[in-house]
Design a protein around this ligand. Sequence first.
Ligand SMILES: *[C@@H]1O[C@H](CO)[C@@H](O)[C@H](O)[C@H]1NC(C)=O
Ligand SMILES: *[C@@H]1O[C@H](CO)[C@@H](O)[C@H](O)[C@H]1NC(C)=O
Ligand SMILES: *[C@@H]1O[C@H](CO)[C@@H](O)[C@H](O)[C@H]1NC(C)=O
Ligand SMILES: *[C@@H]1O[C@H](CO)[C@@H](O)[C@H](O)[C@H]1NC(C)=O
Ligand SMILES: *[C@@H]1O[C@H](CO)[C@@H](O)[C@H](O)[C@H]1NC(C)=O
Ligand SMILES: *[C@@H]1O[C@H](CO)[C@@H](O)[C@H](O)[C@H]1NC(C)=O
Length: 288
Amino acid sequence: MNLNTLFFILKPFSSPLILSHIVLFYLIATNISCSVDPKFDACPSKTCGNQNISYPFYIQGIQEPFCGYPGFGISCDPSGFPILNLSNTQYIIHQIFYQNKTLRVSNLAFSNPPPNTTKPCLPRTQNLTTGNLFSVAPNQKGVILFYGCDLSSSLEEHRVGCYAEKESSSVVALYEEDKNIRSVTENCTGEGVATTTVADGIGGIRESLRKGLLLTWTASDCNTCTSTGGRCGFDLDPRVYAFRCFCTDRVHSAKCGLDDPGYSLFINLFTFQLYESILLPTYLHIIV
Ligand SMILES: *[C@@H]1O[C@H](CO)[C@@H](O)[C@H](O)[C@H]1NC(C)=O
Ligand SMILES: *[C@@H]1O[C@H](CO)[C@@H](O)[C@H](O)[C@H]1NC(C)=O
Ligand SMILES: *[C@@H]1O[C@H](CO)[C@@H](O)[C@H](O)[C@H]1NC(C)=O
Ligand SMILES: *[C@@H]1O[C@H](CO)[C@@H](O)[C@H](O)[C@H]1NC(C)=O
Ligand SMILES: *[C@@H]1O[C@H](CO)[C@@H](O)[C@H](O)[C@H]1NC(C)=O
Ligand SMILES: *[C@@H]1O[C@H](CO)[C@@H](O)[C@H](O)[C@H]1NC(C)=O
């Protein structure tokens, strides 16, 4: 072919506009195929103390809220305890069993010794209220706590500690079926406070309070997402406000892979628009 023909073939590519189209398309294409989705990147599990924290939990200020489920924000105490707030009461998270959506927590006030506190006496607590997201797991024992008690030594085994508001008096714990409850009530101030503890029968009631109780949680299941290589999270946008599975390629509605009809339609449309807006004009430029 002669020089004229060659010039005719290459001429379109010499146009800066077309070159920029080609470069832009190249950049977008490599961006789609090579980089990992930023939400996937943002949500690896983190450790707090010896616990792995991942969906539905997220550590406030350390993990993005979209890495967890709404209401499952926890804090990581400087001394390395994950802390869950339940109705204004702080609970230490001792163990999280992700596979059956269970966790063991204990009221921070009853941890023994309380992490980094110099005050050994116990403040009055509130009845255990779990809210909608958590519920008390079955097969545990109800406990009633009494504050400001002035007791005979026969109840020494039920004594949990001194009472912060009147240090010469005691805090006493009894299982709810204990026949001593009536007489104890008379020697304490205020009404009893209800809580629950694991019922493994090992150690006394003090030890049971320290071990705490098992809670189960309610949040969209994560197994399908993680088993396909994704990381679970939540789209907090009020128009979506739903569970999401963050995969290396993009955000999916339930799991990673191709069979995700809603999103692949979206991506197909997106690709088509890309084709229409970038490739088509480029071809047209070349042809004309
Ligand atoms: C936390 O996760 C890592 C990696 O998945 C694992 O190796 C480690 O055993 C886990 N630790 C606990 C306490 O579950
Ligand atoms: C829990 O409550 C404590 C004190 O009331 C507060 O400092 C902390 O930020 C709360 N943590 C979360 C995760 O809400
Ligand atoms: C709590 O005590 C541990 C061990 O003594 C120490 O490393 C940590 O810095 C303390 N945390 C606070 C908040 O004082
Ligand atoms: C979940 O699994 C743990 C560990 O196997 C177990 O201790 C706990 O009782 C289970 N939770 C429920 C609700 O059964
Ligand atoms: C309650 O107090 C009275 C008087 O101090 C004492 O005699 C009694 O043993 C106490 N009752 C119990 C259950 O400790
Ligand atoms: C706490 O629980 C006890 C025992 O179930 C109950 O009698 C009491 O009314 C409850 N107190 C509050 C403030 O809900």
